[in-house]
Design a protein around this ligand. Sequence first.
Ligand code: NAD
Ligand code: TYD
Length: 358
Amino acid sequence: MIFLTGAAGFIGANFVHHWLGTQTEPVLVLDALTYAGNLESLASVQGDARYAFAHVDIGDRPAVAALLAAHRPRAILHFAAESHVDRSIHGPGDFIRTNVQGTFELLEATRAYWAALPAGDQAAFRFLHVSTDEVYGSLGTEDPAFTETTPYAPNSPYSASKAASDHLVRAWHHTYGLPVLTTNCSNNYGPYQFPEKLIPLMIHNALAGKPLPVYGDGQNVRDWLYVEDHCRAIARVLDAGALGETYNVGGHNEVKNLDVVHTLCDLLDRLRPRTDGQSYRRQIAFVADRPGHDRRYAIDADKIARELGWTPQETFTTGLARTVQWYLDHAEWVEHVTSGAYRQWVGQQYGAVAAVQA
Ligand code: NAD
Ligand code: TYD
């Protein structure tokens, strides 16, 4: 079986669905169920005998060690993290605790388990670390896209904590021989994403008649990767990636934030028109910029295409249409996650914008 940390979150939950839909091997999800962890995203696999869940913090080394000893996985895919840049600006402590200290504890539990495996199992074992393109910093308009050899230059507490975790993973390979793989991907979008991130937040606010808060001038560029394409990439790297290597994963979709929001509004105008016949674009509100806001991310995904034959299947047009339709079809899922702690966060982050009229 394989272990998946943080798979009650957005990408991990999608990975569970992708894996159980394409493979026979069982999974054990290890998740602390923070505000971002949501077992409802895994509700449809609850009855699948190949799926199991353990409520555990990756920083709890003895608990993780006990699970390793009991289940003897052949791989660990490490998704668990604090993942939202805005939250890292308001409270970086959790990011250091989970992304840095938590990854360290997980690596140590894994190393002890792996070191005691029989030689054949040791050679076959994999620790796959899921990371981000944000570790490379910010690009100018004309700069070439990030490659696997671009120097690290993280700018936010989030990206600094992910960069630190990447370095730990690398060092555990070079020093101890732990068989690791690292992926650095661009901005994911798709089903089950918590509506604090740009795309689901905009869909949610549009439908709720709330302002669509665009930071700064809206000209920041992100590369957008449909989450299922990302899941296919991770499965491929697990299967055939070279030990100790890193792979950049991108969607070949560089889009300015304002264009993302316009496209979402146009899709919603068609699929769920406002009752007054006006466009959702009327709800766009330019708000204060994020401190230290990275201007542009772009991924050169040539290595994973060349060496492992992975390319994204979804274009931004097709992926975004699928995503909007998913959120329209899953209003109950959205309703359940937009209660409690999330509402408090919205009050803190967007208090000033809440007054803007639609
Ligand atoms: P997410 O915030 O949706 O989910 C994170 C999950 O980790 C949640 O289920 C949460 O409960 C769990 N978790 C948090 N702290 C934990 C702890 N201490 N112990 C155990 N579980 C814990 O994140 P996501 O968007 O699914 O991202 C998954 C991974 O992919 C992260 O490592 C993130 O840095 C990386 N990544 C995400 C994106 C993106 O666009 N979402 C892009 C690049 C890289
Ligand atoms: P986000 O989804 O938070 O991902 P990241 O910061 O990891 O790239 O944000 C994507 C882009 O959208 C980023 O440039 C910030 C911008 N943004 C807004 O303009 N308004 C918002 O309310 C949010 C959440 C993000």
